[in-house]
Design a protein around this ligand. Structure first.
Ligand code: SAJ
Length: 428
């Protein structure tokens, strides 16, 4: 059966671009989001997030009548669920996944499901979540049959197809990347492939739902481990008085070595979160993955400690000055370069800690943000790239936005460059 109408549930960083790309292929798309404000913005042909190329796509899709946003699910031939899967703290050091958004979205679409519909979970999730989604649907709709009950002959098809796109390159990667598709039955996988083939130019590789879930977690955990290696090297190099940026570029000349870049820690809603889904399920086995998480979390505290020692150095250099004479200018608040997303941002965590501890003036310069997170308003200034600086000033580079390449960092008395943006010899 063809997919005449597709519903995308969750119109965030993944759902909205997916809805817009599908609509650009002249499929009727109903976007569903609980946020009335986001729904209104989209129905106006505008967007509530920053992603290159998305504004043009959404504007065209809405104007041509292929994309419409609503707050309550409506009948469709396929449902793509792209809602967040955050984690919540537990009494142990290991947080646990919060599937409540997936559960709510699943239960919200259940009443409008009809025979022949396809339900796809795109949200990154712990192994077993797609099966759980199938159980929630079966409980809500005892009048329909599901693949976990009757296999290929089920009236509803269910699959997991994790999103794998890189923020900042979402539109291109949605089309070009290969997809991993894990159906609860093989018929579910085949139907999911036929949906993705509407807009995916990459291959659609078929597996089962559990392997598809683990594939996504593996990709992001692999990156977390690799970044942890770079972050650990940066702390070792600081102790041994070696320039870590030079070291990595030299080691990377080896044909089989490709070390990533250190930074102030790992942020975002994916790499800083997904490894916990593996650690939480298999804590005794996931030793390396857990250690990497700890290294990356510790790097953020380490940077904060370095800022405090720079403040101490300034006071030693200028004995007649006090902390209130010092200003710290933090460059970047987002979780990585050239985007507006501050979720799990190590830069934000560092600025929050500084705002709580430091008695001098703190400014944040971030060309991707029009305003500071609410809790920082009144405690931290939102500065300009070329703002005038005090005599006793420290520049802390937390994000390597391209626009920062124009900044004259040598105007500042001290520089802490966590991203290797300035001349390679300045780490501290
Ligand atoms: N980072 C470093 N050093 C590096 C690379 C990254 O410190 O060399 C930091 C970044 O500054 C950022 C964090 O890691 O704080 C994550 O950034 P990222 O660019 O590595 O990844 P994300 O979170 O933007 O997107 C990842 C991607 N996964 C992989 O590359 C394996 C993307 O393909 C996924 O779709 C996305 O997670 C997701 O949604 O899961």
């Amino acid at each position: 059966m063809l997919f005449k109408t597709v519903s995308v549930v969750g119109l965030g960083y993944i759902g909205l671009p997916t809805a817009a790309v599908l609509a650009s292929k002249k499929i009727k798309v109903i976007g569903v989001d609980i946020d009335q404000k986001a729904v209104d913005i989209i129905n106006n042909g505008e967007i509530h997030i920053v992603e290159p190329g998305l504004d043009v796509l959404v504007h065209a899709a809405v104007n041509q009548g292929y994309l419409r946003a609503v707050t309550k699910p409506e009948p469709a031939d396929a449902f793509l669920i792209a809602v967040p899967t955050p984690f919540r703290a537990t009494s142990s050091e290991i947080p646990e996944p919060d599937l409540s958004f997936i559960e709510k979205a699943t239960k919200a679409i259940a009443p409008v499901l009809k025979k022949g519909d396809l339900v796809i979970l795109e949200s990154t999730c712990p192994v077993g979540s797609t099966e759980k989604m199938g159980d929630w649907l079966a409980e809500s709709r005892p009048d329909l049959t599901f693949p976990q009950q009757v296999g290929d002959s089920a009236e509803i098809n269910i699959a997991h197809c994790p999103e794998r796109v890189l923020p900042g390159h979402v539109i291109r990667e949605l089309v070009q990347n290969d997809r991993v598709i894990g159906g609860i039955s093989s018929h579910c996988s085949d139907r999911a492939v036929s949906l993705y083939k509407i807009f995916v130019e990459g291959d659609c590789a078929i597996t089962n739902a559990r392997t598809a879930e683990m594939t996504k977690l593996t990709e992001n955990s692999c990156r977390d481990v690799q970044i942890a290696f770079a972050n650990e090297l940066s702390m070792i190099c600081d102790k041994l008085d070696i320039n870590v940026w030079e070291l990595i570029s030299l080691a990377n000349r080896h044909p089989r070595i490709d070390i990533l870049q250190p930074g102030p820690g790992v942020g975002g809603h994916c790499i800083a979160v997904d490894p916990w889904f593996i650690i939480n399920k298999t804590p005794r086995e996931a030793v390396l993955i857990h250690a990497a998480r700890k290294v990356n979390l510790n790097k953020t505290s380490w940077v904060e400690g370095k800022i405090r020692s720079l403040i101490g150095d300034l006071l030693i250099d200028h004995p007649n000055s006090s902390v209130s004479d010092i200003s710290i200018v933090c460059f970047g608040l987002t979780f990585k370069a050239n985007i507006d997303d501050v979720r799990e941002s190590p830069a934000l965590e560092i600025v929050r800690k500084l705002a709580g501890l430091f008695g001098g003036q703190i400014s944040v310069v971030d060309p991707y943000l029009n305003q500071l997170p609410i809790d920082l308003i009144g405690r931290v200034n939102l500065g300009e790239m070329s703002e005038s600086i005090r005599k006793l000033s420290i520049a802390v580079i937390l994000v390597d936005h391209d626009l920062f390449k124009e900044v004259e960092f040598n105007r500042y008395e001290k520089i802490l460059d966590t991203r290797g943006l300035t001349e390679k010899n300045i780490f501290l």
